[in-house]
Design a protein around this ligand. Structure first.
Ligand code: PEP
Ligand code: MG
Length: 366
């Protein structure tokens, strides 16, 4: 991995002395985690787990898990995936050696995991020993017109609880195993995506805790953990004082929050946003720099309401804005504890966090 050296490293040291905000990275592979560490990341703020399932030796199991209605076949696919996940998480925990690691439970647009062409459908049918026409109908029933606003995040965790149970079991086992290897306690942070209501989080959390307790009993060891949620839908920010009853931490997902607040698809925005910025209708791309009166106001509200219920509650941000200097100044001003950004933006974020803290201090003195 790259290293910071010489004057640059000295400068970064000064920045670290000045800043209050912690800087974490979004990373889901060991290589990304190593890069993040070498740039000074103080933890992983978001490990997205959906990408982990696309490897050729895994995707077949994922498709079988989603497509079958046979409990024994589903259990077999889940067992295989759990082994992979446990190794994934041991790798991340070992690399981070006791620094905080937030693992987000599966948040796929479901359609990405469905068998698409005839060949994929035939493969699944052969593996499951099921009729291809029956599977085609099942696949079509699961297809959606707007997957990004559909069967995603905790919604999937609620309709197919065995998927989250598999991941939580893998996380708990990995934390126990990695703690033995690194010789330090590991407190995994488990994050639930796309929560809109307290009830969703309550149910998802209760299921996760049941799984963790089972692992603790099986292994005969102690395990501390935090269960928190993404705040990435306007309703979650608006009702954060209720959601906080069920959450040990909040992480603001400003990518989805921007998409849902503006009613503007994050995947299609490039078609006209540059023109909007050029004409001055928007000052900057809201998917890059926080819109303080819009999404920013929702984040501020989420912080205030959440901490009304839980004073001092741990809060961070893991959307793209976590690596944008102007947005970082805003996150400093509203009292977030950390920003999490892509590994290569970590040095920029450390500098921006220092600058924001110094400016705040100057204002206080003046
Ligand atoms: C977000 O929505 O801001 C986020 C960090 O999650 P993702 O980009 O994976 O949807
Ligand atoms: Mg999101």
């Amino acid at each position: 991995p790259p290293v910071l050296s010489g004057d640059f490293a000295t400068l970064m040291g000064w920045a670290d002395d000045a800043r209050r905000l912690r800087v974490r990275a979004n990373a889901e592979t060991i290589a990304d985690a190593e890069t993040a560490l070498s740039f000074g990341a103080e933890g992983i703020g978001l490990a997205r787990t959906e990408h982990m399932f696309f490897a050729p030796e895994r995707i077949g199991h994922v498709r079988q898990m989603i497509m079958t209605e046979n409990p024994a076949l589903r259990a077999r696919a889940i067992e295989a995936l759990q082994q992979f996940q446990r190794d994934d998480f041991i790798g991340l925990f070992r690399t981070m050696a006791g620094l905080p690691v937030t693992i987000r439970l599966l948040d796929p647009p479901l359609h990405e995991f469905l068998p698409h062409g005839e060949n994929e459908l035939a493969d699944v049918a052969a593996a499951l020993g099921e009729n291809i026409e029956v599977l085609r109908a099942r696949r079509d029933a699961l297809s959606e017109s707007n997957p990004m606003l559909g069967h995603r995040g905790c919604r999937l965790g609620i309709t197919a609880p065995e998927i989250y149970a598999m991941q939580v079991r893998a996380i708990a086992q990995a934390a126990i195993r990695a703690a033995e290897i690194v010789g330090k306690p590991i407190v995994p942070e488990i994050m639930i995506p796309l929560v809109a209501t307290e009830e969703e989080l309550k149910r998802t959390r209760a299921a996760a805790e049941e799984t963790i307790k089972a692992v603790i009993a099986e292994e005969g060891v102690e395990l501390k953990y935090d269960i928190g949620t993404m705040i990435e839908l306007p309703r979650a920010a608006l009702t954060a004082e209720h959601i906080a009853h069920e959450a040990d931490f909040f992480s603001f997902g400003t990518n989805d929050l921007t998409q849902t607040t503006l009613g503007l698809s994050r995947d299609d925005a490039a078609s006209f946003l540059p023109l909007y910025v050029e004409k001055g209708i928007l000052p900057r791309d809201p998917f890059v720099s926080i819109d303080q009166e819009g999404v920013g106001a929702l984040v501020r509200m989420g912080v205030t309401k959440g901490r009304t219920t839980r004073p001092g509650m741990k809060m961070g941000i893991c959307g793209e804005h976590g690596g944008d200097p102007d947005s970082i100044a805003f996150f400093e001003s509203i009292g977030l504890d950390y920003v999490s950004c892509s590994p290569f933006r970590v040095p920029v974020a450390r500098l921006a966090a220092a600058q924001a803290a110094l400016q705040k201090r100057e204002k206080t003195i003046a």
